[in-house]
Write a protein that binds this ligand. Sequence first.
Ligand SMILES: Cc1ncc(COP(=O)(O)O)c(C=O)c1O
Length: 392
Amino acid sequence: MSLSRRAFVQTVGIGAAGAITSSLIGARGREHAIWSTFETPLFAADNPIILASNENPLGPGEKVLNAVRAAFGPTGAPGGRYPFSAEGEVRDAIAAHFTLKPENVLIGTGSTQILRTATQVYTSPSRPLVGSIPTYEECAGYAETITNAPVRGVKMDSNLKLDLGATIAAAKGAGLIFYCNPNNPTATAVGGKDTRDFIEKVNRSSPNTTILVDEAYYDYVTDPSYETMIPLAIQNPRVIVARTFSKAYGMAGLRIGYAIGHPQTIREMANWESGGSITVLALKAALVAINHDPAYLAAERARNKAARDFTIKWFADRGMKSTDSQANFLFVNIGRPVTGFRNACAELGVRVARDFPPFERTHCRISIGTMDEMKKATEVFGKVVAPATAAA
Ligand SMILES: Cc1ncc(COP(=O)(O)O)c(C=O)c1O
């Protein structure tokens, strides 16, 4: 099959808008090869304000940092050991934290590894992947390039939330649904009851389809109707929850995440991913973060909400509407193509995210930094949008 045919994505609900190709939903997962197109150089000398990758701008909490420093011990010896037993300790600690059994937990090198493993195990040329357009593209990119699974994209609803009815229709006969909640890049979330009803309907209409619920932004949700699907996942072999230490815990650079699920599902994934790739430093950090840093998490939530509210209001006051953000980023209608806006912001030292088709002509994804950063960034946004506004 030629690359162009393979790259075609069946799209549900796109209608006359036409075909959406893999480059729209598969880019991120493969983008390391062309990283400089999208990413801010981490060690950039000009010290830009980075609002491009949904990270915690403060990094790990002090307790985690101290534990990582101490992990080497006076001789540095632990850093010279393989991490195998530490993987077991972290798995046990995560299980204890949620009052689960260790066999309900699989840890990975970031939740990216969990997403890839689920796609590897549950998709194939005859078992398609279903995901919204747009969403976080790791699974779609992996399906298209590694498992050769067809990818079915489902348009979002008018509030840029997951369209549950259209997803159920698209899921018939699928191997895996990537259910990103809150969804990256649209920042919207679906409530707990709606998600549970959705899962029940999919279980009935397509019993062999696994649903991967990505809760990467769980800690930032403020909508009281939202719920984690962990209690369901441990009972239901067709549901997996993915979590990460990369977001609210501030550990994106350390690379550790995990899956929670039914023991049978965890075993199926663990058979593919046998471990050994997480560093001792990340394991030590996770061990401390999961149990001993609730105050850091509470402060991070409050910090994000205050800076998020400030930024949403700044845009709203200028007629630019954001979606209902339940995460540490905004998806805001800036009413102009994002490329020009992004380039002009970069010139002035503020990096915002890449394009997210099919919204690249209207919506920009802006990660939430510290309040101080958002104040400086909005000054820059003001300068960038001012000429167009004045001309309008
Ligand atoms: C929805 C979602 N899932 C997973 C990831 C990957 O996170 P990590 O591999 O750092 O855990 C991201 C990163 O931005 C994300 O937005």
